[in-house]
Design a binder for this molecule. Structure first.
Ligand code: HEC
Length: 140
């Protein structure tokens, strides 16, 4: 059962999310962002009460964001291009600011509070703000 689920995730997710992306570096950074997006959705659903706040699942989602945020400099370092990419060219001219925004994402994820739904919702606002701060400037 578990193996089946894993196989489904491995085959289905990248294809559905990034159909037609040819550059492997672009694909890798999109995969990292997609993992951050999925983990954020898991936490957001719990914050909104659409799913039950589950401590272990919330921590796993948090850890995914912290891990992937830490990989942002390595994943974006090469100025890789692909017609499907939504990355803006100023990432590489304003590199210090871009990576600082990656650090801010990591800090916001580390600051998530799972005590209860209200605490999660409040700490999710800082997390969401860190996504928006970067996307506004560096994502098409
Ligand atoms: C340091 C900057 C930065 C931060 C912080 C950031 N992102 Fe991104 N994100 C990007 C860039 C740049 C892209 C476009 C990458 C590309 O298309 O090459 C992107 C793309 C994405 C995508 C599309 C991935 C795909 O499948 O193509 C999702 C989903 C996403 N981000 C979610 C998030 C969420 C959720 C957060 C906050 C929890 C977040 N991002 C924080 C820079 C950032």
């Amino acid at each position: 059962m578990r193996r089946l689920l894993l196989a489904t995730l491995l085959t289905a997710t990248p294809l559905m999310a990034h159909d037609g992306v040819k550059d492997p570096q672009v694909m890798a950074r999109m995969d990292g962002m997609a993992a951050i997006g999925a983990a954020t959705k898991t936490l957001g659903d719990m914050a909104k009460g659409e799913t039950t706040l589950h401590q272990a699942k919330a921590r796993m989602a948090r850890d995914t964001i912290v891990l992937q945020a830490g990989k942002i400099p390595a994943l974006f370092e090469a100025e890789a291009a692909d017609p499907k990419s939504e990355a803006m060219p100023n990432i590489w001219t304003d590199w210090a600011d871009f990576t600082a925004k990656g650090e801010a994402l990591k800090a916001a994820a580390q600051g998530l509070d799972f005590t209860d739904q209200a605490a999660l919702a409040a700490s999710m606002r800082a997390l969401g703000g860190s996504c928006a701060a970067c996307h506004k400037v560096y994502r098409k």
